[in-house]
Structures are given as C-alpha cells and as structure tokens.
Design a protein. Structure first.
Length: 338
C-alpha cells in the first residue's frame, strides 16, 4: 500500500505536473516542445522543465526532440495504482462473507444507511463521523444517493449543509423532495453553500453564495453555518469542479480540511467525484484523503445500462467489497436488481 501512495504522490507532487499529466492524458498522441507545453498550461518553460524530466524518469513521457506521451507506460502505472489500492482490502472472514473486512471497532458510533443495497454492503452500519467519497460513473444515480441521505436527516429534524458546485439549489431541493416520505420537513434546515449560481451567472436566493474558485470563501461560509447550527450531515457536490477550478493540490488540501472539520463536528460527510473524469492517480489521491469509498459503476449491456455498487473502503467497519447489481426506481431510489 505504501508503494502505491509514493507512486501517485510523485505523479501529483506539484500542480504543474498534474496539469501536464491531464494535458497528455486528454491528448495522448500529442508531441510538443517544453516551450509549447508551457504555453498550453500557462507556465514558463523554466517551471515546466523540471517536471517534464521527472515524468521522463517515470517513463510516462518520452524525450526525443519533443516530449510525447508514453501511453503503454501510463497504462502500466494506472494498473499498478489500481491494483495496489485494492491491496488495502484485507478480508479476514471465511465462507460466504469472506470479503468482509476487519472486525468492527465496538466503541465507534454507527448509523444505518437506510437503503437495502447499502445496508447489505455495510452490515454493521456506517461510521457516524466518516468522510465518504462517492465515485460514480455518469448515470450511476449519485444525486439520488445524496438525496436519500439528505432526506433521511431532514426527516429526523436535523441540519444539513450542502456545498453545491454542479447543480442549482432549487434542483437539489426538488430531488430531495422526491425522497422525503413525510410532509413535515423543515426545508430551512437544508442550508446551501451555493457555488453553482456564480458559475452559470444567475442570481441566487441562498444566504451563502460563493465563487467556486475562492476556496477560502467556501471555507468561511462553511464555518459560519457550522457555528450557527448543529450540522448532522455535510455534502460536497462535486470534487470534480474544485479540481478543474483550482487544480488538484489545492482541491485535495481543501478536502483534507473539510474532512477534519466534519470529524471534529462528528457528522458524516459525502463527497462526489466522477470515476472516469481524471487520471487514476487523481482518484487515488482523493481516496487516500477520506475514510470510505462507495463506487457506482455503469456498464453497457445488451439489455441496456447495467449498474452496480460496491463499498471499496470503509475504515473501522466491516464492508462487502463485491459488486452488487442495482436499478434506479422511478422515485430515484437505488434498489438491488432482481
């Protein structure tokens, strides 16, 4: 496990290197000079040169007269990161539950997910102060999974803080409303930090409106609402936008601070991220920051979209790591596939 961490940390130890990796990953057949690469990512040649040499040393880039992407070596490294991350799972049980991880820490408070598919994957519940990354393919239904947890807390008359960067607050409320099974929900207890409206250039009626590029502004808004209210659930949707707006290193540092803050508040935190939008090293960096990882995978099949879910990581509790097929009901609920 330590070796995989060193590998992706070396790949992502500077924003310049992360920008270069993203550029080549999206343009695998590109060949370019150091000066040309510097122009493409908005840096100086001197800043870029050292990072290029390190990537050449890893074999990801090939240096002749220009730099070109070593696709085969990149795939090898992607595979190595994925396989070494999987080594973090250490099944101790035998028989039909052999893939359940370590024995539950008895003293840790836990909550039931309230969904059959998750309750079967987390037989002893979800740690009540865990930070969980929801890795999802497009169409996986992560917005409905978030809405389930939000409605669950609102119906218990608890406060929810929702940092929305990829969807408007009215749309989120509408999705949550389809999951709420009671009419007595106090919607004032769903408090948004709205980083979406400024992105699309519309007026917002929310009390906390932020620029998604201003991480300090987001942190201040979160601090204000956590000071005024006892937050029982924190949502960040999504980590993708933070990476694209501010770069990986700044986004990961923000995530670390958010995770520490929610642990201190002893409330669960869910963070969404697209499984396929970034290099696996980016995903590994995010996974390493949180306590748990729930994956939602979508594959093409002759019958249409085939969805499956697994709990890849959940520190401190038993969890089933096999893929469980599921469907999304008309009400947006994730249900085991029959």
């Amino acid at each position: 496990m330590k070796r995989s961490m060193k590998l992706f940390e070396r790949l992502l130890d500077t924003d310049i290197k992360a920008d270069l990796l993203t550029l080549f990953h999206n343009n695998a057949n590109m060949s370019e000079t150091a000066e040309g690469l510097a122009r493409r990512i908005g840096r100086t040649p001197a800043e870029v040169q050292r990072e290029l040499e390190d990537l050449v040393g890893l074999g990801i880039l090939k240096k002749v007269e220009v730099y070109s992407f070593g696709v085969d070596r990149d795939r090898e490294i992607q595979d190595a990161i994925s396989k070494q991350l999987a080594l973090g799972e250490s099944p101790l049980l035998q028989g039909p539950q052999a893939e359940l991880s370590e024995t539950v820490a008895a003293e840790q408070a836990r909550i039931q997910a309230g969904l059959d598919i998750l309750d079967s994957a987390l037989p002893d519940g979800l740690p009540s102060s865990s930070a969980v990354l929801i890795l999802s393919d497009p169409g996986g239904g992560e917005e409905n999974l978030l809405a389930h947890f939000v409605s669950q807390h609102l119906q218990a008359d608890k406060y929810v803080a929702y940092v929305t960067l990829d969807n408007s607050p009215p749309n989120v409320r509408q999705i949550v409303q389809t999951h709420a099974r009671s009419e007595g929900v106090d919607w004032a207890k769903l408090i948004f930090v709205d980083g979406y409206s400024k992105t699309v250039g519309v007026e917002s009626e929310e009390p906390h409106v932020v620029d998604p590029e201003n991480l300090s502004g987001i942190s201040i808004a979160i601090s204000e609402l956590m000071t005024k209210n006892t937050i029982s659930l924190m949502i960040l949707d999504s980590f993708n936008t933070l990476i694209r707006k501010r770069g990986l290193r700044s986004a990961v540092e923000f995530l670390r601070v958010l995770v520490a803050r929610t642990r201190q508040a002893k409330c669960p935190c869910f963070v969404t991220m697209n499984r396929k939008a970034f290099h696996p090293a980016f995903v590994a960096s995010a996974q390493d920051t949180v306590d748990g990882v729930i994956e939602l995978k979508v594959d093409e099949s002759p019958e249409g979209l085939a969805r499956s879910l697994r709990v890849l990581k959940m520190v401190g509790v038993r969890h089933l790591t096999t893929w469980i097929p599921y469907d999304v009901s008309d009400e947006g609920e994730l249900i085991p596939k029959k």
